[in-house]
Design a protein around this ligand. Sequence first.
Ligand code: SF4
Length: 476
Amino acid sequence: MHVTSKDFDEKARAAIADDQLQMGLFVFGKIFPLMRDAKAAELPEFEGLRDSARDIKTNVLENLGTYLDAFEARAEEAGGRIHWARTAEEANSIVERLCEEVGAKDIIKSKSMVTEELELNDHLIDKGYSVVETDLGEYIIQLRNEKPFHIVGPALHLNAGQVSDTFYEAHKKHGRTEKVEDKVKLVEEARIVLRERFKNADVGITGANFLVAETGQIVLVTNEGNADLTATLPKRHIVVTGIEKIVPTLDDLSVFLRILARSATGQDTSNYVSLYSGPRRARDADGPEQFDIVLVDNGRTDMLGTPVEEMLRCIRCGACLNSCPVFSTVGGQTYGSVYSGPMGAVWTPALASVSSAAKLPNASSFCGKCEEVCPVRIPLPSMMRHWREKEFEAHLTPSGQRWGLGMWAWLGKHPSLYRAATNLAGIGLRLISKGRSGKRLATWLPFIGQGWTQSRDLAVPQEPTFLSQYKEGRRR
Ligand code: SF4
């Protein structure tokens, strides 16, 4: 997985200065959380469903091998073929071989985060295949040569004008010479161009939202219907999915289906929920002649038994991104990883490395909102803290920060010096503070405090301090 998170600070500054992006982020950061909260409130058992979902996934992770074996057996009984991939390279080679087997030239894809993680498109295009994303958002960012902005809405950052410019340039070769600006017409144009790709495709590649061990089925949850065309029209359907997507039974699946769309987009359910097992049978009207499932590890089993194991419960709903104050200020492409926001701050160091993604676990205010909304109750802040500790142990944190933290720890072990230092700091802050609307604020700090006051004011501690009140025995 190619990660450019080292540039997080520069990209964040650019994102904050981008007025158009800020306007889009403001609307998105407000509307999605409100829709999620409203849908959750309509369902009295929502909190109970979250507990059940957490428990089901915990059981799955404790018995992952057993459920994967059961899934493999059922999927093969239905005529599918299972392929195991330990690494991204193995997964990409397997898909390439499967495409070769059918003499494929044209490949269509439906949105899949794991294929983004594997950089499968680049691999196949390098080998000479034509690969087209068919989810509208993914299609747009593919034309723009960008990475997904958001795990659910990959092109959420773009407005109609930008999409219009992109289509105008890209669709000339398809005979579309008129510039279209109306949103409905833009969708129509994408549909017309993509229809030809659907008709000509030799292979369709999808991900899977869930794998059902009991039945060997893969489950696709979408809003556009493109995944179903991708799965059924070409002669070969290849499913590429992470091994953690397994659920034991159809009953368990129903729990996840009730929380996924509500958490992701504030819908009761998504427009399409499809379960696939095996290739077309004699009585079927349509469907692929071959059905292959590539089960990808790529670092997932290394997470088992570690402090970040619970991240494997993630169902990629994006609720943590939508409610994160950092994500909704800087946007997804700032993170330099296909997985962004709070979930990306845990996934990326786990799958890439702490050194390549050290900035991400620090891109958090630790407000805890991500954990509050996560439908499978993943303790995201604790896991970000884990990566911060690893970063500190590996001496990846800046020397000023290490020095400051060491000093703070030393002071913490010497209470009288700690009190003296905090009293002095309080006096200093009060001296340089100004009254604004009745509030005392420090607007300029020297040394490492500069970083804080360059972009915001610091509230000055009020008097008397808690410790002095405690000493005097005044309890409120
Ligand atoms: S961590 Fe939780 S909230 Fe975030 S995408 Fe995964 S399941 Fe959704």
